[in-house]
Design a binder for this molecule. Structure first.
Ligand SMILES: O=C(O)CCC(=O)C(=O)O
Ligand SMILES: [Fe+2]
Length: 265
């Protein structure tokens, strides 16, 4: 069984470099995410998988839903008890195109990977979840994001405790993922308004992740603030998001689906 499953994704994942079922490899990834807030695995996808995914995504790009939003870094509605220039309410801009799970071919290597037991076990072990489940709705499990010249994601905290992304196409320049780890503490309800204020006034330093096409990133975005800088040049930044839940039968909220996909199903 195990050998068969591994064979399933062996044309997709660079197993020579990344033995996903090897306990010492898993442990080192777990240590990394706990220490640095992220695990970055360059050349995770094989070259042939990357080039097939670039072709497949570009063919599909015309179906993307484009949205431009102004949102607070906390992705929460305006708090009328606080002024508009309070860090809780200050607005940043995010703009991107999005393709949903139902628009991605069933034989895409993204779906092969997303549903693979070996891959799911690997992610679960690294992020410390017992099991991982797909989204109940038909849109939210695997998404592809497109950022063309000038498009960006403003500083934000994620709602989910971890994110799994694969860079499919790296832009010529810009489109860099930047972050500050553990910048708030949701468990302690510490929103770090002072830190966010300084960051938005450009008075904080932050880290930049280097990612090439084919890089897998596991990231704890709930407390680590992050952004993607505006893309420069004609090459679109293409990024796949593999979204899992720690419980079964969960749908993305209707508000989020309408915002990011422009539809509910
Ligand atoms: O595009 C990326 O690398 C990160 C995406 C992200 O932060 C998000 O979708 O919340
Ligand atoms: Fe995010």
């Amino acid at each position: 069984m195990k050998a068969n499953q591994e064979k399933d994704i062996s044309s997709v994942v660079n197993f020579n470099k990344y033995p996903l079922s090897d306990s010492s490899f898993i442990n080192s990834c777990r240590m990394n995410i706990n220490r640095h807030g992220s695990v970055v695995l360059p050349d995770f996808l094989t070259e042939s998988a990357v080039s097939a995914l670039i072709d497949e995504s570009i063919k599909n790009q015309e179906h993307a839903y484009y949205c431009r939003q102004e949102h607070s870094v906390y992705i929460m509605p305006h708090d009328d008890d606080l002024p508009s220039d309070h860090p809780r309410n200050r607005l940043v801009v995010s703009s991107k195109g999005c393709i949903t799970d139902d628009q991605i071919p069933n034989d895409s290597s993204l779906k092969l990977l997303y549903h693979s037991d070996i891959f799911k076990r690997f992610v679960a072990n690294v992020v410390g979840e017992k099991n991982l489940y797909e989204y109940e709705d038909k849109l939210s499990s695997v998404n592809i994001h497109f950022a063309s010249e000038g498009q960006e994601l403003g500083w934000h905290f994620d709602n989910s405790s971890f994110a799994v992304t694969l860079l499919i196409q790296q832009p010529e320049s810009g489109g860099e993922f930047q972050y500050i780890r553990d910048f708030r503490d949701t468990d302690k309800e510490d929103m770090n308004y002072d830190g966010v204020d300084k960051l938005l006034k450009n008075q904080m330093s932050y880290n930049t992740l280097t990612m090439n096409s084919g890089t897998l990133v596991l990231f704890r975005g709930k407390n680590s603030i992050h952004r993607v800088t505006p893309v420069d040049g004609k090459k679109t930044r293409i990024l796949a998001v593999l979204a899992y839940n720690s419980e079964p039968n969960i749908s993305l909220s209707e508000t989020s689906r309408m915002t990011f996909y422009g539809r509910l199903d």
